[in-house]
Write a protein that binds this ligand. Sequence first.
Ligand SMILES: Cc1ncc(COP(=O)(O)O)c(C=O)c1O
Length: 366
Amino acid sequence: MKVPFSYLKEQFGNPDHIWKDVRKVVMRGDFTLGKEVGEFEKKFAAAIGTKYAVGVNSGTDALFLSLKALGIGAGDEVITMPNTFIATAGAIAATGAKIVFVDCNDEYVIDVDQIEKKITSRTKAIMPVHYAGHPADMPRIMALAKKYNLEVVEDACQGISSAIDGKIAGSFGAAGGFSLHPLKNINVWSDAGIITTNSEAMFRKLILLRNHGMKNRDEYECFGYNSRLDTVQAAVGLHIIKQLPMITRKKIEHAAIYDKALGAIPQIKVPPRRPGVKYVYHLYILQVEQRDALLKHLNDAGIEAKVHYPIPLHLQNCCKSLGYKLGDFPVAEAQAKKIITLPAHQHLSRKQIDFTIKKIKEFYQK
Ligand SMILES: Cc1ncc(COP(=O)(O)O)c(C=O)c1O
């Protein structure tokens, strides 16, 4: 039995209803900042519970432009964690600010207890990552930010619909950056991203920054970028966002089945699940003994398990100039050797999930 990681074949197997709306955009020639962009932004802001949303051309730009809108640049420091996708750190580096890493905890999110000792007079912002769809401890992070007068930009690229006590990720900080990449929970047909914010000033700045700083056709308020959300992608997004509750519910159901069945295996560690927290499992990640052998066993059986990610950022070549070394972030380093991601997407059948569980049990019984 095949258990694929990607769900694009099923999700877009019959895209005629979406094509109809894409066709409308094409027929109108409304390609740049067309009406679907505004409509999608409204729907997205409503889904996250923020006053505003600004569509941009990727999740990376959502983070980068948020930092730029806050005036962050050379000479500043931004705190984040090393066990994330490169784009988190890349967005900070692109502003000219220095990346400062803080280790993660058992839930794969930033260890709030270790943030304070990394704050210096140059620290301007914290960028927590709602990694794998596990929301970082935002109430504590916001309290720290308030104490030290720091900005918070949430990397919510993997965390859409995750929440703490009903407050949704992306609505806590000055801004939340989301990715709409084809393999994200809300996905379109190419690269795209969106920023949420409750601040009108931030909203106005972001509208300028994503479109060359243009106030109107003839007046340029500041230097900006070409980072508009494509109208075609917004038309696709308007369809997919309707599925957000279903996608989220299915992933949560699948994770609960895995948690129950696999949590009982002594060689497997299911991350802690905090009460009051809604995890949305963009990635369903466990820590397991003999990871590489299990990965091979599953892949050989047709189960597309993966590792997100085997090398933490502080040990990557691109981060060499930051001066970190092996041993600096022991939790992230230990996890990198043990983590495995199982397919958990909305199109999996119960049979595929049970087959995955059976194959894992079989591996440890050997
Ligand atoms: C944690 C994290 N941050 C940022 C990004 C960047 O998003 P994008 O690929 O849309 O630029 C991603 C997506 O891959 C991500 O997983």
